[in-house]
Design a protein around this ligand. Structure first.
Ligand SMILES: *Cc1c(COP(=O)(O)O)cnc(C)c1O
Length: 362
């Protein structure tokens, strides 16, 4: 925690706003809105997963529809497609940002149109905080008239051409889960430029209650609104977001300086116009065997590192859905490693991690 969180939470208790609405929810939404800008309106929700679920529903996705989804991601990007009985179509990454390949996206769209079904939405992800190729993906989405759900769960504070991530999709989503760059323990948000869409998101997230003195329902609703207690944590966290981004970027710079000139180790650089919050610092090793050697050497000292996300088209639960891949994410999964990336790592920690990584390479 950063400092002011407790104060906002105490305020919720003192004023007895222990509910999924109240001044902290409003204040947190305003703080996010002011931070990301770009005319976006925010609905605070119980999780990023809930935000993706509502986004799909708001875009009219239903049973039997097809939704294109970046394969190289965390499963929560894709699971809500199945909640609605729709089918994911997975698209591989390109090597510059590790995110959705525009070429493979177009191949996927054309293939699905030919088979008689235009996809209902595209879920593109800013993985590890690195923005996807925003302009290229938007051009394709517009050309084929398919809306974008922008999964910005890992990318609060990242930007593309000076504009904050979360504001590029027809609907954007954020996560405040415990492992994200700022947290409310659990939480998320839905972002949209359309006030009507925001209103409908709030309506659906609070059990879809029609305007009547009794409880009247003409749509299926969800219990997805953020609690006023947790939103208090979020308000405090927004005040330290810039600090957290700086700390994460410093981790990356440290690793790059310490390990960047070692033969065979590669780092994901920021292309021109791309700014990453460096949520996690990742390296690419020459082979799976080297990756494992580093991981196990760190593990010997109780230091946890992790392989990159396993692509969705290789997951048992999703492997039978169509995928358009050229091996990029499979290769990243085999050779890549997330190094310890917490905002509170000490200089000593970083030295030790770099040292072990270096020595396990020889
Ligand atoms: C964390 C995460 C989510 C889900 O957010 P929750 O708040 O944990 O439900 C979705 N997509 C990606 C890429 C994530 O990292």
């Amino acid at each position: 925690m950063g400092g002011k969180e407790q104060e906002y939470v105490n305020n919720a208790f003192e004023t007895n706003w222990i509910a999924p609405l109240g001044p902290n929810v409003d204040g947190f939404e305003t703080a996010i809105q002011d931070y990301v800008g770009n005319s976006s309106h925010v609905a605070a929700l119980s999780s990023g997963t809930a935000a993706i679920h509502l986004a799909l529903e708001l875009l009219g996705v239903s049973h039997g529809d097809e939704v294109i989804c970046q394969s190289f991601t965390f499963s929560a990007s894709a699971n809500p497609i199945r909640y609605l009985g729709a089918n994911p179509i997975f698209v591989d990454s390109e090597p510059l940002t590790w995110n959705m390949s525009p070429n493979l996206l177009e191949e996927a769209i054309l293939n699905r149109i030919k088979s008689g079904k235009t996809p209902k939405a595209i879920i593109a992800v800013h993985l590890y905080g690195m923005p996807y190729k925003v302009d290229e993906i938007r051009q394709l989405a517009d050309r084929y008239d398919i809306p974008i759900i922008e999964d910005s769960a890992e990318a609060l504070g990242s930007s593309y051409k000076g504009v904050k991530c979360g504001t590029f999709g027809d609907i954007g989503i954020l996560s405040f889960n415990g492992n994200k760059i700022i947290t409310t323990s659990g939480g998320g948000a839905l972002l949209t430029k359309d006030l009507e869409v925001r209103k409908k998101a709030v309506f659906l997230s609070t059990q879809a209650r029609d305007n009547a003195p009794h409880y009247q329902h003409s749509s299926i609703g969800y219990n997805y609104r953020m609690s006023n207690v947790l939103a208090g944590i979020g308000r405090g966290q927004m005040e330290v977001l810039e600090e957290r981004i700086l700390a994460r970027r410093n981790n990356f710079d440290f690793y790059l300086n310490a390990l960047g000139n070692i033969d065979g180790l590669e780092f994901l650089q920021e292309p021109d116009g791309f700014f990453s919050n460096r949520w996690l610092s990742c390296i690419l090793t020459p082979t799976f065997a080297v990756r494992e050697k580093i991981r196990l050497a760190l593990s010997e000292l109780d230091i946890e590192s992790r392989p990159l996300w396993k692509p969705m088209h290789l997951q048992p639960i999703f492997q039978n859905f169509p995928h358009f891949s050229d091996g990029t994410s499979e290769d990243l999964f085999e050779r890549g490693l997330c190094l310890p990336s917490g905002s509170n790592l000490s200089e000593e920690d970083l030295h030790l991690i770099a040292h072990i990584t270096k020595t396990s390479l020889t």
